[in-house]
Design a protein around this ligand. Structure first.
Ligand SMILES: Nc1nc2c(c(=O)[nH]1)N[C@H]1C(S)=C(S)[C@@H](COP(=O)(O)O)O[C@H]1N2
Ligand SMILES: [Mo]
Length: 368
């Protein structure tokens, strides 16, 4: 059998039963990833931004929607969308990444959304800073957690719940959390949280609650499913684990050349090729360096700049492509000295896999 997908005798490899389960395939069809070919852009086209929706997407009319601030506040509030849009408006380019991005590269993989590299994107989020709104509702001094309630409801491991996540007063003080109603100059789309969500810049995506209906101030720690059980790093299933917060340093290559439909292996012509891609880290920490592995050598790429403090940076690298089969890799280092590992530490749910991105490239020899 010919294993070169560009050879006319190439046959598709036989599939192995159970390689991906039907459950995983269903999830993959609901939760689309970014198109890697858009990695030459600072801002991901809205329709190409990745999606991660646990339950069904609630379809909420803007006119009817209200946001309630209740619990341990002296001045609880209920606001309409018009009230919210009348608040000071800011636009911020923020890179969102799902904590499960890269899960497919973890072995044994867990039975969840089978992300490879695509659960990332950057949008210009339109909204208002959250902290002044919380102050307006006059939180009690002993508040321990602010809970962000989503309208979506469903089951996870037998636990019925609305999707909800919390942030502590200290998190609110340290993070530039936004209350968001727009994305790339348009109202939010239903699948991205319309009419209202939060964006927590620098943290993995689970913190950025969509379809926001309420903010509840608690004088205890929030013990909701997605906070207390979900989204923890664990090396064995039954340990308490470590809560997932900041995005880990990562980079991707925009696939060069043209693809084989099924294998996604790339075909390029020999000669100078400008490789490009994006790199990002969490917590507003900038990228210090991106290196590319080509022809068995790590070489530094040129950084082309970021569209915002919480957004990814572009990079480019000129490669002299010689005929043959190549594996290209890229790895980023952030300004705190964190570098992507060749292989991430094992996590039972495949969270936080920031191992280097590899692409198989076949370089054609024009002389043959
Ligand atoms: N209400 C609600 N908010 C949610 C989710 C959800 O399922 N329900 N998914 C979270 C996760 S895990 C991620 S990665 C981001 C994805 O945001 P996006 O679909 O707009 O890219 O939304 C977060 N907010
Ligand atoms: Mo996620």
């Amino acid at each position: 059998m010919n294993i070169n997908p560009f050879h006319p005798d190439f046959e598709k490899p036989a599939t192995t039963d159970g390689l991906f389960s039907r459950d995983e395939l269903r999830l993959a069809n609901r939760n689309s990833g970014i198109l890697l070919e858009t990695l030459n852009l600072d801002i991901t086209p809205t329709g190409a931004h990745y999606l991660l929706n646990h339950f069904d997407v609630p379809v909420i009319a803007d006119d009817d929607h209200q946001l309630t601030l209740n619990g341990a506040f002296d001045a609880p509030l209920t606001l309409s969308m018009d009230d919210i849009r009348a608040m000071p408006q800011v636009t911020e380019a923020v890179t969102l990444e799902c904590a499960g991005n890269g899960r497919e590269g973890v072995s044994p993989r867990s039975h969840l959304m089978p992300w490879m590299y695509e659960a990332v994107g950057t949008s210009e989020w339109i909204g208002t800073p959250l902290a002044p709104l919380l102050e307006r509702a006059k939180p009690h001094d002993n508040v321990q957690d602010y809970v962000f309630h989503g309208a979506d409801f469903g089951f996870d491991k037998g636990h019925p719940h609305n999707f909800a996540r919390s942030l502590t007063p200290q998190d609110i003080a340290e993070l530039d959390v936004m209350l968001v109603w727009g994305m790339n100059g348009q109202p939010l789309l239903p699948q991205h949280g319309a009419p209202l969500r939060i964006i927590v810049p620098g943290w993995y995506g689970m913190a950025s609650v969509k379809w926001l209906t309420g903010i509840e101030a608690l004088t205890t720690r929030f013990d909701g499913y997605q906070q207390a059980h979900g989204y923890h790093y664990r090396t064995v299933a039954d340990e308490p684990g470590v809560p997932i917060t900041r995005i880990l340093v990562k980079s991707l290559i925009r696939p060069p050349g043209v693809p084989d439909w099924v294998s996604r292996k790339r075909w390029v012509e020999a000669g100078k090729i400008t490789l490009e891609g994006r790199a990002w880290s969490g917590g507003g920490v900038p990228i210090a360096k991106v290196e590319v592995l080509a022809d068995s050598q790590w070489q530094e790429a040129e950084l082309t700049g970021a569209p915002g403090r919480y957004a990814w940076t572009g990079w480019r690298f000129d490669w002299q492509a010689k005929p043959g089969d190549h594996v290209l890799k890229c790895r980023a280092t952030d300004a705190e000295g964190n570098t992507q590992p060749m292989e991430s530490a094992f996590d039972v749910a495949g969270f936080g896999n920031n191992s280097v991105h590899s692409i198989d490239v076949h370089v054609d020899d024009p002389a043959v």
